[in-house]
Design a protein around this ligand. Structure first.
Ligand code: F0G
Length: 460
């Protein structure tokens, strides 16, 4: 008999979370204008808003915090981190930044100009934001299978080589400063990219002389999927797979708040000396001196340890399998979720869950609010509210999918929490026919309205 997996760690410290009553939550969410971002975290029982910076650090990471060297220049903590980044990624040069979008800001300040086109696999919001802010275009070249929830494909994060080649053929080389592979692909539901695809895309990029970069926020989870889904790599260690992934690229940006296993941090790593030199200027301007980049010495020390821990198989197995455990429970209950399950989150399919709520009444948001009221669980809407209005017509943009993302923080919640979440969702699912009305927007910002939007509940 094959033994089940078990977490390769035990608990040394606990943080209490506060249960509340349905009545209290109804009141709190009303006061928060039915926007989950407006809730105080103490009023949330299980927080699945994001897996970014919300995980638990290990005893070794905390020990490293005490060893933090807070020197402005050349600190020991910086040198430790530099060594680990080199060992894990293989890239020659490294610049610390305070988080992922800061790394994007610095690197894109060097590479991306007005009128450029930056192809990739469903760029994350901040990546797209930093591209569009520079009046360039982010071109989505993800494979078509990624957009069809009924299709099972092991690597829905893959880039379609034909779509990419079309971009290369239709634009002069000078207008395509880079290609970005986001691994795993958050915007496609935490779906991985295969090494076969990475190799293919890299070959294409070399042929057209366009640099290839990774958005590596969840690179370790991606490597885990490669090991278990790509036959050729089944006997490779995660660290070997990671080195192989990055060996096909020119550099990466990193949000260390995910697979760095820290609460704050980021970096850029790359091979080109000239780009590195140019990036140092922006790093100093926006982030801080080259040996701290907006981070404390202790943060860099904790990140050095975190990167090492995040690239161990046993940790990744419990991480990804915990997410899948929740997904499987929901499938067993008949709840519509996006499959295959992502590495960091489960997505509820609100179009199938509550088709009775009109789309212009924000059915995914209605489901997210109901999840909070029913069980104190905070997820996030990835649907019409997030999609914003069309900048020209000012009409709501209706994306194909209306989702509620349940992002699972790393090493934080137990399987009992997963069972609780699944049971709450099943309860809502069983009474879904009663859901008829959703919400109306009463106040919204011109862009990124989801953070601050105010809503009114519509009555039958
Ligand atoms: N790239 C990816 C793929 C991300 O998921 C994120 C953040 C970033 C870049 C930006 O990094 O937050 O450190 O500045 N994703 C978070 C989320 C916010 O909830 O998915 P950051």
């Amino acid at each position: 008999m094959k033994l089940p997996y078990a977490e390769p760690y035990k608990t040394k410290m606990v943080e209490y979370i506060k249960p509340s009553t349905k009545k209290q939550r109804k009141n709190w969410i009303k006061k928060a204008h039915y926007n989950l971002f407006n809730l105080e975290s103490d009023k949330v029982f299980i927080d699945l808003l994001t897996d970014s910076g919300t995980g638990a650090m290990s005893d070794k990471q905390w020990a490293e915090m005490m060893l933090g060297d807070e020197s402005y220049a050349g600190s020991r903590s910086y040198l430790k981190l530099k060594k680990v980044v080199k060992k894990i990624t293989g890239f020659k040069y490294f610049l610390p930044t305070h988080q992922g979008r800061a790394a994007e800001n610095v690197l894109f300040s060097v590479l991306v100009k007005e009128g450029d086109i930056v192809p990739g696999n469903s760029h994350f919001d901040t990546t797209k934001g930093h591209i569009e802010f520079r009046k360039a275009v982010a071109c989505d070249c993800t494979i078509d299978e990624a957009f069809d929830p009924s299709v099972h494909h092991p690597f829905k994060g893959n880039i379609d080589p034909d779509k990419l080649e079309d971009v290369f053929k239709n634009h002069p080389k000078e207008k395509v400063p880079m290609v970005i592979i986001t691994a795993t692909c958050n915007s496609a539901g935490g779906q991985p990219v295969s090494l076969k695809n990475i190799e293919e895309i890299s070959t294409l990029c070399k042929h057209y002389e366009v640099p290839l970069y990774f958005d590596g926020a969840r690179f370790a989870e991606n490597a885990y999927f490669i090991k278990i889904r790509e036959e050729k790599y089944k006997d490779w260690s995660i660290k070997e797979i990671v080195r192989e992934m990055f060996s096909h690229a020119d550099g990466m940006t990193m949000s260390a708040k995910k697979d760095g296993l820290v609460n704050m941090g980021g970096f850029i790593a790359l091979n080109d000396q000239d780009i590195y030199k140019k990036a140092t200027v922006y790093n100093i301007m926006f982030e801080g001196f080259l040996t701290y980049g907006g981070l404390n010495g202790r943060d860099m020390g904790a990140l050095a340890v975190g990167l090492d821990e995040a690239t161990e198989f046993d940790y990744l197995e419990t991480r990804v399998e915990q997410v899948a455990f929740l997904g499987k429970q929901l499938v067993d209950y008949g709840v519509p979720v996006i499959q295959p399950f992502g590495g960091h989150a489960i997505f509820l399919d609100a179009n199938k869950f509550v088709p009775t709520i009109p789309r212009d009444e924000y059915r995914a948001q209605a489901l997210a609010v109901e999840l909070y009221i029913a069980g104190g669980i905070r997820g996030v809407e990835i649907g019409t509210i997030l999609a914003d209005r069309d900048p020209f017509t000012h009409k709501n943009r209706y994306p194909d999918l209306e989702l509620v993302r349940l992002a699972i923080p790393r090493r934080t919640y137990s399987l009992n929490h997963m069972r609780y979440i699944a049971a709450v969702i099943k309860k809502i699912y069983d009474s879904r026919d009663k859901a008829k009305r959703g919400y109306q927007i009463v106040d919204e910002a011109p862009i990124m309205r989801h953070f601050t939007v105010k809503l009114k509940k519509l009555k039958n």
